[in-house]
Design a protein around this ligand. Sequence first.
Ligand SMILES: C[S@@+](CC[C@H](N)C(=O)[O-])C[C@H]1O[C@@H](n2cnc3c(N)ncnc32)[C@H](O)[C@@H]1O
Length: 198
Amino acid sequence: MTDKSIEEIQQAVRKKYSEVSCSTAGRFRYPTGKAGAAARGYDLSMLSDLPDEVLDAFCGVGNPFALEAIQAGEKILDVGCGTGLDMILASRLVGPAGRVCGIDLTPEMVGKAAANLIRAQAGNAVAVVAGSEAIPYEDNTFDVVISNGVLNLSPLKEQSLREIFRVLKPAGRLQLADIVLNEDLPAEMTNNLDAWSD
Ligand SMILES: C[S@@+](CC[C@H](N)C(=O)[O-])C[C@H]1O[C@@H](n2cnc3c(N)ncnc32)[C@H](O)[C@@H]1O
């Protein structure tokens, strides 16, 4: 529980990630960028031709692609797409018959993702500004929802999960990498906006 409003928490998250969209340096306790992707077991051969702009702001906490293979032709949603690395990898895996949509709460992240999708020639992918709590797609749209290090930042986790399962097709898959708590946090942390966006 927290005495902060949803809007206050989301503003703090947006502020941090608008800064992260320019540079991850000194902002995380875990490796980010290309070193972070390597540490999380991403297939380095899939990263080798990507421009630095795509890799630099990667700050995922795991590897959603390790959970199950993405198939050609699938329709993928990336919740909290950041600057778009996972979208670009998904775009290549689904190929021209597939489609990748990305949403992110932070407009600066979406701006960078859109530029990176063009750089990587991911013409089957599009990123829009939206939160996990109100996903701007119809019911039963996606074969797979991927997300990497995002739901821990949402003050409305159950609502976000309801939204994800609403837009997933009945036999769809959620391939989620995230941070989970083993125990409740003390009030001085849940009421600390910096801790929400940490
Ligand atoms: C740790 S970064 C991970 C970004 C990206 N998934 C990656 O692996 O590089 C978290 C991202 O989630 C976004 N975010 C935070 N809360 C969100 C929410 N409720 N809905 C959508 N995006 C959110 C942030 O703006 C940020 O881009």
